[in-house]
Design a protein around this ligand. Structure first.
Ligand code: ZN
Length: 375
């Protein structure tokens, strides 16, 4: 049996794998920063017997609260993910599983491969009315893809949705699959109505370098992209520089930035209430978006979320705050859990790719509901 992390988004250090019932592993930090949480490794040559993985430094992770009521994700094929027995014991994260196939992946959350990313982009590109463009390159020269849907026309609203500024938050890209598949559905009246009135710009993977390295939060230069929006640089945050420039070119009427939260077992949104330019109009739009989303999606809720910013105190280097201020538009950060939705727990899969995609598809209805009031 072999354990390795030699794959896209792989991250683990193998200390001792000589005894399958007592394998010792270590988390490793992002390639150029201190953040440490993500893991993704592969077991090959398993014979069906019980395996016990001990991640001995899990207590030193950036978000140790992330391990409370947490279960690791596992998959035989990289497409269908399930959860496995996991416990935190004095700083060691212990994962127990008897894989039913010789090869099994284990990850902090359902991993998202580069091949799947390319399939997402190329699959969209092949469809009529869809335009795919490389907006720029990452620090390590990977492409930043933008998928644009809806024929550009005068007066149309400009909707931007971005995901995975934080590369470990793969649920953001699974969410994008739900958004995209609904928008591509010729028979979906909500999607058709939205694309009649809006051009939708999707950036499904903001941070391909971080995704490749198996980073939790930063890009290859060790930068947290979601603190770069006021003054991105070609050296440290070309990913933001490229996307921000394209947003300025098109204009923005609605902006969504999709994330995952390590600690909170709920689905929620954060608004721009702390922006200096926040107005009753934006307040009403946030309320309309969230009220509609609660009707459309059984997981989305407004009881739990981040503390509200004081008036005028928002950090404008954060993408949604920046966009809301710069474009005087509805701008939200959407958060999904790494763990599960405590309101609707799923003992088999926890919060899963399928549920993230479902959430993404429901967001289309909320965007349509807001469309007439966006300008
Ligand atoms: Zn995030």
């Amino acid at each position: 049996m072999k354990i390795d992390a030699d794959l896209f988004g792989g991250a683990i250090r193998v200390l001792d794998a000589s005894d399958p019932t007592d394998i010792t592993l270590e988390l490793r930090a992002d390639n150029a920063s201190e953040f440490m949480q993500w893991f993704h490794f592969r077991v090959t040559g398993a014979d069906g017997s019980d395996l016990t993985f001990n991640i001995v430094n899990a207590g030193d992770a950036t978000y140790p609260g992330g391990w409370d009521d947490y279960r690791a994700a596992a998959s035989y094929d990289g497409a269908r993910w399930f959860r496995v027995d996991t416990e935190l014991d004095e700083g060691t994260l212990r994962i127990r599983h008897a894989p039913e196939h010789p090869t099994c992946h284990y990850a902090y959350f359902a991993a998202y491969s580069w091949d799947r990313h390319l399939e997402l982009v190329d699959g969209a590109k092949a469809r009529p009315g869809v335009h795919v463009e490389v907006l720029g390159q990452s620090v390590e020269k990977r492409p930043i893809h933008r998928i644009r849907l809806g024929e550009p026309a005068r007066g149309k609203r400009q909707v931007w949705i971005i995901a995975r500024q934080h590369p470990g938050e793969t649920m953001g890209q699974w969410f994008m699959e739900g958004v995209l598949s609904r928008l591509l559905d010729e028979d979906d009246p909500t999607a058709r109505a939205l694309l009649e009135g809006a051009v939708v710009h999707l950036v499904p993977l903001m941070n391909p370098d971080g995704a490749a390295h198996g980073n939790q939060r930063t890009n290859a230069a060790g930068v947290n992209l979601n603190r770069e929006w006021l003054s991105p640089s070609a050296e440290k945050s070309p990913e933001v520089l490229a996307v921000r420039a394209a947003m300025m070119k098109s204009g923005v009427d609605l902006f969504l930035d999709v994330h995952g939260d390590e600690d909170t077992p709920y689905i929620f949104a954060a608004g721009c209430e702390g922006n200096p330019g926040y107005t009753p109009r934006i307040d009403a739009l946030e309320d309309l978006f969230m009220r509609t989303l609660m009707e459309l999606d059984e997981d989305f809720q407004r009881r739990y979320g981040y503390d509200l910013d004081e008036p005028g105190q928002a950090d404008l280097s954060i993408a949604a705050n920046y966009a809301g201020q710069r474009f005087d538009c509805l701008a939200l950060t959407l958060e999904m859990p790494f763990k599960d939705d405590a309101d609707n727990p799923d003992p088999e899969a926890g919060w899963s790719p399928e549920r993230a995609a479902g959430f993404g598809s429901h967001v289309i209805g909320s965007i349509l509901a807001c469309l007439p009031a966006l300008r």
